[in-house]
Design a protein around this ligand. Structure first.
Ligand code: SAM
Length: 446
């Protein structure tokens, strides 16, 4: 969370008592980035931990808030990341300290010293140099069959993510900031923020993925943990766009949440649900809905577009140097693949037009640095880059094979070749992710 996140606090309300969120305690922190602090409302105190606001009311979050109150920041983080190292009684000790305040009494100082000495060291977290290290440590080990770490690490390459590339022009002129709901590690909101300049807020039920986001992907845009099944902690009409990529089918209260997504999105705004599963082929698909039923739970006009209707024309338009994609509603009779569902703004007569031209499409006109997608090994040879797809686990090999028809296993590309660079950026082989994500140098400016 940055001090610049004040725009978000002004739009936030408590998910329980609906009173506004008071961020005064955060404002007292004079560092540019607020890593730790407390947010108050009429009924609760919520912690900000490692730059992530945690708007939940469970016991774990309360424990983390107590540690933040007693300035045990690493412990608060360890609690939410489920790292080992807490000692029994720490929470009680923290509570006593926070009640006593920061008075200079020797007993308080002694208690604080004990409290600090019993905390875990920062070593383990400090050793995570790249997104991949941290993802493997944080989300990879719980269930070895699930490979969520690999999914997250290679996320920007997969079609389910990079069909968002085609739709970026939709996010330019929204009447307010963008909410990335079920945003995981925030790859989608980062892409939108970086390329269109739109302010974004990423929310998820998972603290760990948002920790990855604020640490490795984007330090400027805010992230908020919400409670599963809880209301969204935002005022009505707080956002101009609400985006969800590959997420709503994982939400148990999907239909109630649809109402929430509409509530927090301005009436003239856009709700964009991308890569919604319509079949159960994928092993980790959540609860899919048939294409014709994807709009259930929403009141706004919608266009339902198969993902392949977006990706293929986009790739062609980029390779041909420009054009536009006309997307038609195909909710009847287009089963058997994943769909994008667009509600509201720019939806007209069951069609949406997407311009794919320089000066209009932010990726085609991108002049900033790019990095090679994590899924490719990179070697350099004079002025050329050799990119070769890294081995993937069997589960993802299958998933990627189904979705990466428009990418190759290997490329040789000259850094001076602007067209080739643009084409690889559109396909997700190059990305606009920051250098710290992959822990190696950027590979050229436009
Ligand atoms: C397949 S991931 C997609 C993440 C991200 N949108 C992306 O495309 O990379 C699904 C996400 O949904 C989140 N999720 C699951 N249940 C949720 C709920 N009830 N509310 C909000 N997010 C939820 C998960 O934590 C996970 O990050």
């Amino acid at each position: 969370m940055c001090d610049t996140s004040q725009w978000l606090f002004r739009r936030m309300e408590c998910p329980e008592c609906k009173s506004p969120i008071d961020s005064t305690a955060l404002r007292r922190n004079d560092r540019q980035r607020v890593e730790y602090g407390l947010l108050d409302c009429a009924c609760a105190t919520y912690p900000v931990v490692a730059g992530v606001a945690v708007l939940r009311t469970d016991a774990l979050t309360q424990t983390a808030a107590e540690h933040v109150a007693s300035r045990e920041f690493e412990t608060a983080r360890s609690v939410l990341l489920n790292l080992p190292g807490r000692v029994p009684g720490r929470s009680a000790c923290g509570t006593v300290l926070s009640r006593l305040g920061s008075a200079g009494h020797p007993a308080v100082r002694a208690l604080a010293a004990y409290h600090r000495a019993s905390g875990r060291s920062d070593e383990e977290v400090g050793a995570w140099r790249t997104f991949e290290d941290a993802a493997t440590a944080l989300v990879g080990s719980d269930d070895p069959g699930f490979y969520f770490d690999e999914y997250l690490t290679f996320r920007p390459l997969e079609q389910s993510f990079w069909n968002l590339h085609a739709l970026l022009p939709l996010f330019h002129d929204a009447p307010g900031p963008l909410l990335d709901f079920a945003g995981g590690a925030g790859h989608a909101s980062d892409l939108v923020a970086r390329t269109t300049g739109t302010r974004t807020c990423t929310v998820d039920v998972n603290f760990r993925t948002l920790f990855l986001y604020t640490r490795f992907v984007n330090r400027q845009q805010p992230a908020v943990v919400i409670g599963e099944g809880a209301d969204l902690p935002f005022f009505d009409d707080a956002f101009g766009t609400t985006l969800n990529v590959d997420g709503l089918h994982f939400v148990p209260n999907r239909f109630a949440m649809s109402g929430e997504l509409e509530r927090v999105t301005a009436a003239d705004g856009l709700v964009a649900l991308l890569h919604q599963h319509t079949d159960d082929q994928a092993r980790i698909s959540g609860t899919a809905l048939p294409t014709a039923e994807q709009t259930r739970g929403f009141d706004r006009e919608a266009v339902v577009v198969p993902e392949r209707d977006v990706v293929e024309p986009f790739v062609r338009a980029v390779d041909e140097g420009g054009g536009s994609i006309e997307l038609h509603d195909r909710r009847d009779g287009a089963d058997g693949g994943d769909v994008n569902v667009l509600f509201g703004a720019d939806v007209d007569d069951d069609t949406v037009d997407i311009p794919v031209e320089r000066r209009v499409h932010p990726l085609l006109d991108w002049a900033g640095p790019v990095t090679v997608n994590h899924a490719y090994e990179v070697t350099t040879d004079g002025g050329s880059l050799h990119l070769e797809r890294r081995p993937l686990s069997p589960v993802f090999r299958e998933e990627f094979d189904r979705t990466m028809a428009h990418t190759d296993e290997a490329y040789v590309v000259s850094l001076d070749d602007v067209d080739a660079r643009r084409s690889l950026l559109a396909r997700g082989v190059l990305t606009v992710l920051p250098e710290r994500y992959v822990g190696r140098p950027v590979v050229g400016d436009g």
